[in-house]
Design a protein around this ligand. Structure first.
Ligand code: ATP
Length: 197
C-alpha cells in the first residue's frame, strides 16, 4: 500500500490548486467530494442505507439521487447532516482504500474539504493543510463562484474547523497567500514523502 496522505483546507484555500501541482509530479489524487457524490448515486449498499434512513423520495424512479430533496431535508437539520455523513464517510473511506491499493506510487493524495471533521485523518498516514488568510479565501471563492453570496461563503466557513486548528493538527502546512510560491513548498513535501518509502 502507498503512504496515504490527506490534503485539506477550507473553502477557497487553494487545495484543488495545490493537488493539481502534486498530480503534475505524477501523484494520483482521490477527490473525496466527487467520489462521495458518485457513490451516493451508484453504490448499491450506500443507496439502500440512504433510502432506509431518508425514505424512497431520496431517489427518483430511475434510481437517480434526488439531490434537491436531500438538500432540503438534510441540510437544515444538524442531526440529519450527522446521519448522512455517518453513511457516506465510511463508504468513501472503503472506496479510497480500494483505490489506493491499486496505485503504485510511493504515496497517494486524498483531497477532501473535511478530513479532521470526519475523522478521516485516523486512517491516513499524514495530512497536509492548505492555509490562506480568511479574507483571501472569501475573495477567491466569490471570484470563482459568482453565484454565491458572501453570506453563503461565510456560512460554509462556519461549518468548517478553523484554519488555525487545522494547522496544528496537520503534519504539513502549505501557505497559499498571494505572496508565497506554491511549487517550492510542494516539492519539499514531495521529497520528504518519497524518501520515507
Ligand atoms: P473549495 O473547497 O471551494 O473546492 P479549494 O480549496 O479547492 O476550494 P481552489 O479551487 O484551489 O480552492 O482555489 C480557489 C480559487 O482561488 C480558484 O479560482 C483558484 O484558481 C484561485 N487560487 C488558488 N490559489 C491561488 C493563488 N495562489 N493565486 C491566485 N489564485 C489562486
Amino acid at each position: 500500500l502507498p503512504i496515504l496522505v490527506g490534503i485539506t483546507g477550507g473553502i477557497g484555500s487553494g487545495k484543488s490548486t495545490v493537488a493539481k501541482i502534486f498530480s503534475i509530479l505524477g501523484i494520483p489524487i482521490y477527490s473525496a467530494d466527487d467520489r462521495a457524490k458518485w457513490l451516493m448515486g451508484n453504490d448499491k449498499q450506500l443507496k439502500t442505507e440512504i433510502r432506509d434512513a431518508f425514505g424512497e423520495e431520496a431517489y427518483d424512479v430511475e434510481g437517480k439521487l434526488n439531490r434537491g430533496f436531500l438538500a432540503q431535508t438534510v441540510f437544515s437539520d444538524p442531526e440529519k447532516v450527522k446521519k448522512i455523513n455517518s453513511l457516506v464517510h465510511p463508504a468513501v473511506g472503503k472506496d479510497f482504500m480500494n483505490w489506493a491499493a491499486e496505485q503504485n506510487t510511493p504515496y497517494v493524495l486524498k483531497e477532501a474539504a473535511l478530513i479532521f471533521e470526519s475523522g478521516g485523518n485516523k486512517t491516513l498516514d499524514h495530512v497536509i493543510n492548505v492555509s490562506s488568510p480568511l479574507k483571501v479565501r472569501i475573495s477567491r471563492t466569490l471570484m470563482r463562484d459568482p453565484h454565491r453570496s458572501e453570506e453563503q461563503v461565510n456560512q460554509i466557513i462556519n461549518q468548517q474547523l478553523p484554519d488555525e486548528q487545522k494547522n496544528e493538527l496537520a503534519d504539513f502546512v502549505i501557505k497559499n497567500t498571494d505572496n508565497k510560491l506554491l511549487i517550492p513548498q510542494v516539492l519539499k513535501i514531495h521529497q520528504q514523502l518519497i524518501s520515507q518509502k
